[in-house]
Ligand binder design. Structure first.
Ligand code: ADP
Length: 306
């Protein structure tokens, strides 16, 4: 195989009570990547369509993740990457993670699969380090494994794939405002109380249990974030209204996608998820804020060859 074409999916990190540990993979939103073998060693990025991102592999997460993988091998082959960038950077649905995950998945396939998916997660995390300063896994893990994932531990890295209920859909609305990462971080409380911790643990346990038993009521009751959302949501205009209207038309629950500004809702079935998208859209139609809406089944396989 000399060339591979991939769908590199968008992802939702945090997932309400799963702050910094849970993530899920989307199915209808993602980038397209073409990766081909070259005779010169190293990595080139020859084309990016859709967003003004750097072609220099050292400044692009796709290049950094690819180089982290190649560093482990002694080979004379190189790789060229082309990206059709559909996921807007900074939207909160794992734009950088999609590129990092796609790059390592594609190169691994072209090389005859020398690395496991879990090893690929570690290479993709190097790309995330370039984008956000920390090598976090909560977007690259669901992008590579699909479904819901849990980062149980970073030291050692221990990532668990969690069952995805068959009728679960996500609706994501992206109000096009900029939230500075420094602001998204500085609004968080650095100390949380025992009481808040207990509430969060109860909900996280409930959510994981609800995902395995496909108990939609339990999922709904558990989609509550005690420690981040109350503070971070202040940075997202109309957040409370979006949450209220989504619940009113049948969403199981809502939350901030990654560090925002995108807001997600989970629903049982596509029809409710679409209605939720329409209700959320109406909120921003009454403002001057531009927005995109996506309705997606949870993607249980992750990066796909197309
Ligand atoms: P979000 O998850 O909020 O959408 P990201 O984690 O995707 O945001 O971070 C986007 C940052 O990563 C931007 O500063 C962007 O310039 C940088 N970046 C570098 N390479 C890429 C790439 N291939 N795709 C997306 N963002 C990239």
């Amino acid at each position: 195989m000399e060339e591979i074409k991939l769908f590199a999916p968008a992802t939702i990190a945090n997932v309400s009570c799963g702050f910094d540990v849970l993530g899920l993979c989307l199915d209808t939103v993602g980038d397209e990547m073409t990766i081909r073998k070259t005779t010169t060693k190293g990595v080139t990025i020859s084309k990016i369509i859709g967003q003004p991102l750097p072609l220099d592999p050292a400044k692009n997460v796709a290049g950094v993740a690819a180089l982290a993988l190649l560093k482990q091998l002694d080979i004379n082959t190189g790789f060229d990457i082309q990206i059709i960038k559909n996921i807007k950077p900074g939207s909160g649905i794992g734009s950088s993670a999609a590129s990092a995950a796609g790059a390592v998945f594609g190169i691994n396939k072209l090389l005859g699969t020398p690395f496991s998916i879990h090893e690929l997660i570690e290479f993709a995390m190097e790309g995330e380090k370039l984008a956000s300063g920390t090598a976090h896994a909560d977007n690259v893990a669901p992008a590579l494994l699909g479904g819901f994932t849990l980062v149980r531990s970073y030291d050692p890295l221990d990532i668990i794939k969690i069952n995805t209920p068959k009728e679960l859909y996500a609706t994501v609305i992206h109000p096009q405002i900029e939230i500075k990462t420094s602001d998204a971080r500085s609004v968080l409380k650095q100390k949380i109380s025992l009481k808040e911790t207990v509430i969060q643990l109860g909900n996280l346990g409930g959510l994981i249990s609800g995902l395995y038993t496909e108990d939609y009521d339990l999922i709904s009751r558990s989609l509550h974030d005690e420690i981040v959302e109350p503070y971070r949501s202040i940075l997202i205009p109309e957040f409370d209204t979006v949450r209220e209207v989504a619940k009113k038309v049948g969403a199981l629950g809502t939350g901030i996608s990654g560090s925002g500004p995108s807001v997600f809702a989970l629903s049982k079935g596509k029809e409710i998820a679409k209605t939720v998208g329409e209700a959320m859209s109406k909120v921003y139609q009454n403002t001057t804020i531009d927005f995109d809406v996506h309705v997606s089944k949870i993607n249980s396989t992750g990066v796909k060859i197309i």
